[in-house]
Design a protein around this ligand. Structure first.
Ligand code: NI
Length: 384
């Protein structure tokens, strides 16, 4: 199967489907139009679709020869961003925009599906194509796993377009490749009183402010310097009036880690510091910790398959980038990787603005490489 030639033939189809999706962005868990549109397209190719609750859809391309089942995944949701690109196919939904490129992911997977359906007699096994909702709020993958999307699947692959990476470039690497992203709320309880008589109360603002500072010692003093980790307090709410000592404060934040072992130890660290610092100021504190999305760990064998496929579809081996800086963003493809071996690739998008910007655009030439990659990795994984 010549994946590059198939992708070139499908380029016009993929661009047009991408533009249609781009015009109709929908937020996480509300991708009803998108799910219907994708399902209709898959059914038009003669596939039987399976819908998920409330959104998302998958279909199986059953090959002409026996073999295992592998899965390809694209995410389909958009962001609460007001588009300002001036594109003729800009968002028609006020305040919602495909600013992360998930429209391109879905369109590339649709192109690969069309190619694989046309060549299904040559396939040794089954390719499950998964159009996953709710990546942006990192709940979609877990929801689909619970609904059985990976039943029978032996390997899974996905890709993300990177707005500012050059067209034709791709990357993947074995091991941890996107951070775990977890959230916390710390409530600090004190005793409110008149602002002019602070000694008669217990100042929750002062205690919480010191908790914020002390939390910074987790990364700087408790974790090995070469181990990436982030503790960010993004929210601080306290007080009702200028002349009242606050009796209650609330902190909200995010924790990023690159190791599953370190991840597990983080709630104890936050709780110990919050409680004991609060106590020093005659307050109490409680921690509510939410394990949100796992570390994305690319499996060795799956990554070898993905890397092999990339080297077959890129024009110049130098465009296989091996020096991408580690970043602490999360990707909910991670939720598949503890269940089945998987590999996630990054595709150059050739744009000028970063992901989630209201100016985010990509060079549509990049889609051809992404489609060729999906076709190739599916065939190679079935034959591996
Ligand atoms: Ni994204």
């Amino acid at each position: 199967m010549d994946s590059k030639q198939l992708a070139a033939q499908l380029q016009e189809y993929v661009v047009s489907f991408r533009r249609e999706l781009h015009e109709h962005p929908e937020l996480s868990n509300q991708e009803f139009w998108t799910t219907d549109r994708i399902a209709k397209e898959l059914e038009g190719m003669g596939l039987t679709v399976r819908r998920f609750d409330p959104t998302g859809v998958c279909a199986d391309i059953v090959g002409g020869k026996p073999g295992k089942m592998i899965a390809l995944r694209a995410d389909i949701d958009a962001l609460p961003v007001q588009e300002d690109t001036g594109l003729p196919f800009a968002s028609k939904n006020e305040g919602v925009m495909h600013a992360c490129g998930h429209d391109t992911h879905a369109a590339m997977l649709m192109g690969a599906t069309k190619a694989l359906v046309s060549k299904k007699d040559e396939l040794a096994g089954t390719v499950r194509v998964i159009f996953q909702p709710a990546e942006e709020n990192v709940t979609g993958a877990r929801m689909l796993v619970k609904q059985g999307v990976l039943d029978g699947v032996s390997m899974i692959f996905g890709q993300h377009i990177a707005g500012m990476m050059p067209v034709g470039a791709m990357s993947t690497a074995a091991g941890p490749s996107a951070a775990a992203s977890d959230h916390f709320v710390i409530k600090v309880h004190g005793k409110s009183c008149h602002g002019a008589m602070p000694n008669t109360g217990a100042d929750a603002t002062l205690a919480a402010a010191n908790v914020v500072c002390a939390l910074q010692s987790i990364v700087s003093r408790e974790i090995a310097p070469a181990e990436p980790a982030v503790v960010t307090v993004g929210q601080f709410m306290s007080g009702t009036a200028k002349n009242v000592v606050s009796g209650e404060a609330e902190l909200g934040g995010t924790v990023r880690t690159f190791s599953r072992e370190l991840r597990k130890t983080m709630p104890e660290r936050l709780e110990r510091i919050a409680k004991q610092i609060a106590a020093a100021y005659r307050c109490t504190a409680e921690l509510d910790y939410d394990f949100s999305v796992d570390v994305l760990v690319n499996d060795e064998a799956a990554t070898e398959v993905a890397k092999g496929a990339i080297l077959k579809v890129i024009d110049d081996p130098k465009m296989f980038l091996t020096n991408l800086p580690r970043q602490m963003g999360a990707e909910d493809f991670a939720e598949y990787t503890p269940v089945v071996p998987g590999a996630f690739a990054i595709l150059g998008g050739g744009g000028e603005y970063p992901q989630h910007s209201n100016h985010f655009t990509i060079d549509e030439k990049s889609l051809e490489t992404g489609v060729a990659f999906l076709i190739q990795v599916a065939c190679d994984a079935l034959n591996s």
